[in-house]
Design a protein around this ligand. Structure first.
Ligand SMILES: [Zn+2]
Length: 445
C-alpha cells in the first residue's frame, strides 16, 4: 500500500470472496491491494471514504448498440458512454451493427475506433460481425482485436447486416473455431417467425404472438448442434424464451461450449403490463409473460444463464410508432440497468453480490477482459459507488442517452449510483461528468 495514490474505503466492498469492510489501494489506475477497513493511509495518498455506500466493481456491459458513425442521430459514443457512466458501467462492448459502416472488416473497425476515441467516457471495445460472404475478414478482425463475432439467424432489422443461413453459419463457425474465437448469436429461426401470425398493429399480444418462443428454441437447438459439430465457442444473446433453458443446460453438461445472457427488460418487465401501442417496450425477441420471467430468474440463480447485459438499442423517437410490427425494436437501458436489475433481484431475495456476478464478473469473463470485473489486486480500479436502499423515480429528462425514450418511465427503482470511477479517476458524481478519458480496448491475445 505504500505506493498507493488513492485509497477508497467503504464498510461494504464487494470482492470475489464476498462483501466486507475494506480499504482499496490504487496506484497507476490499478488496484494494488484490498486491505482492512482501518488500514493506515500512506502519506501522499488521497483517502476517499464512501461510508456505508457499497463499492462494487464497475459493470461490464457487453451488449450495446452505439450506432456511431452513420446513425449518430440514434445514439453516439459521447451520449452512450455518459449514460453508461451514470449507471455505474465502466466498460462497454459495442455491437457491430446499426452503425454505418458495420464492423465487418478491419477498415470498418478502424473507422469506428477513430470515431469513438475522443468521445468515450468509459472504456469501449468492439465486437465484429459475421455476414454471408465475409468469412475471409474474420481472422483479420480477430487479430485486430475484436472480442468475437456477432451473427443473426433471422433478419437483423437493417439491410446492411444480413443474417446467416445454416450453411453460412457452418462456414463462419468452422473459421472461428480454427482460431478459437467466439461467435455471439441472435437466435431466432426465420422459418418459425415466418410461420407465426403477423397481425401487425398496436396490440402487444399480437406482437408477442408474432415472435413465439419456438422461434428462439428452434434456432438455439440448431446453433448448439453446429457448436457441437465444430467444437466452437458460442454465446446466445438476449435469451428471452425460458423453454430453451433445458436445451442450454443439457448441451453444457454434455461439454458443448455454450453460454447465454439475458437482459434487464426480460427480468423486470412483463408482457402482461405492456400497454398497447407502447413500442418503447418493443425488442426482439420480445418481453414475455411473468411465468417465463420467473424461470429466467431461476436460470440466473442456477447458472444456466451466465450474465445480464442491456442490449441498449435506441433509435430516434419518431421510429417508435404505435404499430409494433413496424416500430424500431430496441430498448434503451444503459443508465438504468443496474437499478432495474437490483430492484427486482432484491425483491426475489438475491444479493448485490449476485448482481455483480451477472453484470460485471461474468460479462468480463465472456469477453476475456481479465483486468475488469472484480475488486482485487491487479485489476483496473473501476468502481461504482452505490446507495442500494435509496430509491428514485425514473424521469426520462434525467437520462443521458441521446433519445430519451425509455420503457422504465415513472418506475420507482432501488439503487442510486453516487459516483463512477475508471482506472482510479472519478468520471461521474451525482450526474456531473469529467472530460472523456475512456480507452479503446482490444481482445487480450
Ligand atoms: Zn442487440
Amino acid at each position: 500500500m505504500s505506493d498507493a495514490e488513492l485509497v477508497l474505503r467503504s464498510t461494504r466492498v464487494i470482492t470475489p470472496e464476498g462483501t466486507r469492510a475494506a480499504s482499496v489501494a490504487v496506484a497507476g489506475g490499478t488496484i494494488t491491494a484490498v486491505l482492512p477497513h482501518d488500514a493506515e493511509v500512506p502519506p501522499g495518498a488521497r483517502l476517499e471514504d464512501v461510508g456505508d455506500h457499497v463499492l462494487l466493481p464497475g459493470l461490464v456491459d457487453t451488449h450495446v448498440h452505439v450506432n456511431d458513425p452513420g446513425r449518430t442521430e440514434w445514439e453516439g459514443f459521447w451520449t452512450a458512454t455518459r449514460a453508461a457512466a451514470a449507471g455505474g458501467i465502466t466498460t462497454l462492448v459495442d455491437m457491430p451493427l446499426n452503425s454505418l459502416p458495420p464492423t465487418t472488416t478491419v477498415d470498418h473497425l478502424r473507422i469506428k475506433q477513430r470515431v469513438a476515441a475522443d468521445k468515450a467516457h468509459v472504456d469501449v471495445g468492439f465486437w465484429g460481425g459475421a455476414l454471408p460472404g465475409n468469412v475471409k475478414d474474420l481472422r483479420p478482425l480477430h487479430e485486430a482485436g475484436v472480442f468475437g463475432f456477432k451473427a443473426f439467424l433471422s433478419p437483423s432489422g437493417v439491410d446492411e447486416f444480413p443474417h446467416l443461413d445454416q450453411d453460412q453459419l457452418a462456414r463462419a463457425l468452422a473459421e472461428i473455431a480454427a482460431f478459437d474465437g467466439l461467435l455471439i448469436v441472435h437466435a431466432e429461426d426465420p422459418h418459425h417467425l415466418a410461420a407465426a401470425p403477423q397481425q401487425g398493429g398496436p396490440r402487444y399480444a399480437d406482437f408477442l404472438a408474432s415472435r413465439p418462443r419456438g422461434a428462439e428454441d428452434t434456432a438455439i437447438a440448431a446453433l448448439i448442434a453446429q457448436a457441437r459439430r465444430f467444437g466452437a465457442r458460442v454465446h446466445i444473446l438476449h435469451l428471452s424464451s425460458s423453454d430453451a433453458l433445458p436445451l442450454i443446460a443439457e448441451a453444457r453438461a454434455d461439454g458443448v461450449r455454450v453460454t447465454a445472457e439475458t437482459c434487464p427488460h426480460y427480468l423486470t418487465l412483463t408482457a402482461e403490463e405492456v400497454p398497447d401501442g407502447a413500442s418503447e417496450f418493443k425488442c426482439c425477441p420480445p418481453i414475455r409473460e411473468a411465468a417465463n420471467q420467473d424461470l429466467l430468474w431461476q436460470a440466473l440463480a442456477d447458472g444456466t444463464v451466465d450474465c445480464v447485459v442491456t442490449d441498449h438499442s435506441p433509435s430516434t423517437a419518431d421510429l417508435k410508432t404505435d404499430d409494433f410490427a413496424t416500430a424500431w425494436g430496441g430498448i434503451s437501458g444503459l443508465q438504468l440497468s443496474l437499478a432495474a436489475v437490483w430492484t427486482e433481484a432484491r425483491r426475489r431475495g438475491h444479493g448485490l453480490e449476485d448482481v455483480v456476478r451477472w453484470m460485471s464478473e461474468r460479462t468480463a469473463r465472456l469477453a476475456g477482459l481479465d483486468r475488469k470485473g472484480a475488486i482485487e489486486a491487479g485489476r483496473d480500479a473501476d468502481f461504482a459507488v452505490l446507495a442500494p436502499d435509496e430509491t428514485f423515480t425514473v424521469d426520462p429528462a434525467a437520462l443521458q442517452h441521446r433519445n430519451r425514450v425509455t420503457a422504465y418511465a415513472g418506475r420507482t427503482l432501488h439503487g442510486v449510483v453516487k459516483s463512477t470511477w475508471l482506472r482510479g479517476r472519478r468520471i461521474q458524481a451525482d450526474g456531473e461528468f469529467t472530460e472523456p478519458k475512456g480507452r479503446l480496448l482490444t481482445r487480450t491475445p
